[in-house]
Design a binder for this molecule. Structure first.
Ligand code: UDX
Length: 454
């Protein structure tokens, strides 16, 4: 039976199909759904989300023609180009169909797309539907795109090694090193084009951020001068959205029972997210650093994340005997629950933005081992702005790893960080409660979407 007089309002989400991007997009969907919107997720068949985790959403698989394509992380730019090329027409056709079927799906108010998924904006623009960008990383990282493009325009690349520790103009607390462009190299043209595309808003009418005024106000206000569209910093999504699994890999829940047996704040949790990989040498040195630290640890080693092996075959001989029940190794964990567990007292992380937010929201201080992209800027902020993380200075030196673990887990320096990160957690909680900055921003976003002419 149709409900007369009450028209459903729907938003169409277009995620970039990798774990660290699809998770915040689905969390945003959940947040908007709780605010009364119908949610449609238009997604590639490659790395498709599992619809059974979100029975409240409508899922629209798009033909991406990626079967047989090299979709490894090293081929990212080609994957992005192929998705943007191949999905535009199928998405446009799906939008037309959605609009024809409005009684069932609700009135399509807008498309919300990942900045990398520019086909979402093109198709929306073609059909005169407003589009908004969801920035799944923070504003500081978006600033680095602008700075790199500006430096390129001024012929500043290649950067000299001697400049790497100098401050970057206009970005609070960053050094050239934190931009992630190594010394003495020219930036390849396709990479520059990627930065330009992702930082160009085109016809999109607003930016939604999975960040927060507490964390990012300087960069947000600087960027607001550049982009003359409304900003809606409504994060951290992981705390605003009710928990639901968005994992591509199966979560090994038995590690929760192991955690139940450990003392409060005693366990170091280790994970490098869904994409980063390491060399055998780092695996070995991390293993001995952990063994020699004497701390209990829960270590996520993703299949194929150690170069040259399927899983943990390259762990050093004698390591498992040395640590016994003190260590637990899994392929993939229920990370948000792990970080919320009272036994977890520290997180050795690659500083992906989701992991960073999840750790801050559970008041877990960090050891920072960034690998690429925004992980470098996040690590810099964790260690030098918010002072809730220690830098891991040498990832292939077991003594340095052991010392850093002890500093965080046992020494006074770690205790001071634990106090500071607890204050940050409280501020983040306040920001999403009634009257807080993210709470207000979310209300403004809802009004903004509803203000679009029908
Ligand atoms: C990618 C980029 O690498 C990252 O820098 C960017 O900020 C987002 O996109 P990823 O490397 O996967 O993401 O890191 P992160 O952003 O931390 O996201 C990983 C997600 O996987 C987190 O939500 C985390 O909770 C989840 N996870 C990780 C698990 O659920 N279980 C695990 O065992 C490991």
């Amino acid at each position: 039976m149709a409900i007369v007089g009450v028209q459903k309002q729907s938003v169409v989400l277009v995620p970039y199909p990798y774990q660290g991007h699809i998770t915040p997009m689905l969390q945003l969907g959940t947040i908007l759904h709780s605010n009364g919107f119908s949610v449609v997720v238009a997604h590639t068949k490659f790395n498709s989300p599992d619809p059974s985790n979100h029975p409240e959403f409508t899922f629209l698989p798009l033909e991406d023609n990626l079967s047989g394509f090299d979709t490894s992380y090293y081929n990212t730019l080609a994957v992005v180009a192929a998705i943007n090329e191949n999905c535009k027409v199928p998405f446009q056709d799906s939008l037309v169909q959605l609009m024809k079927d409005e009684e069932k799906n609700g009135q399509v108010r807008c498309v919300i797309h990942d900045p990398i998924m520019t086909f979402g904006r093109s198709a929306a623009n073609h059909l005169q539907i407003p589009s908004l960008v969801l920035c799944t990383y923070n504003a500081v990282y978006m600033q680095t795109y602008h700075t790199i493009l500006q430096l390129q325009a001024e012929n500043c690349f290649p950067l000299q090694e001697s400049r790497m520790l100098e401050p970057v103009p206009d970005i609070h607390a960053l050094r050239f090193k934190d931009l992630g462009i190594p010394a003495d190299i020219e930036i390849p043209q396709p990479v520059l084009e990627f930065f330009a595309n992702v930082s160009n808003l085109g016809s999109s009418v607003a930016i939604i951020w999975n960040t927060n005024q507490e964390l990012d106000h300087i960069a947000l206000s600087q960027l607001q001068r550049h982009y003359e569209v409304p900003f809606f910093p409504i994060g951290p999504f992981n705390k605003m959205a009710p928990p639901s699994s968005t994992s591509f890999l199966e979560e090994e829940r038995n590690c929760m029972e192991w955690l139940d047996k450990q003392d409060p704040n005693s366990v170091l949790y280790i994970s490098l997210g869904s994409l980063a990989s390491i060399e055998k040498k780092e695996l070995e040195e991390t293993a001995w650093g952990l063994a020699n630290s004497g701390q209990p640890f829960l270590w996520v080693i993703r299949p194929s994340s150690v170069n040259g092996s399927e899983w943990i075959e390259q762990l050093p001989k004698g390591f498992q005997e040395a640590v016994g029940e003190r260590g637990c190794i899994v392929k993939w964990s229920p990370q948000k629950e792990v970080l919320a567990h009272s036994a977890v007292g520290g997180f050795l992380t690659h500083c992906g933005w989701n992991s960073t937010l999840e750790s801050l929201c559970e008041a877990v201080p960090m050891i920072c081992r960034p690998c690429f992209a925004d992980q470098l800027t996040n690590a810099r902020y964790l260690t030098h702005v918010w002072n809730v993380g220690l830098e891991l200075e040498n990832v292939t030196d077991r003594v340095a790893i052991e010392k850093t673990i002890k500093k965080l887990m046992v020494d006074n320096e770690g205790n001071e960080m634990r106090k500071r990160v607890l204050e940050m957690k409280q501020k983040l909680e306040t920001s999403i409660q009634k009257g807080g900055s993210s709470y207000r921003s979310l209300n403004e976003l809802t009004e903004f979407i509803l203000s679009f002419p029908r």
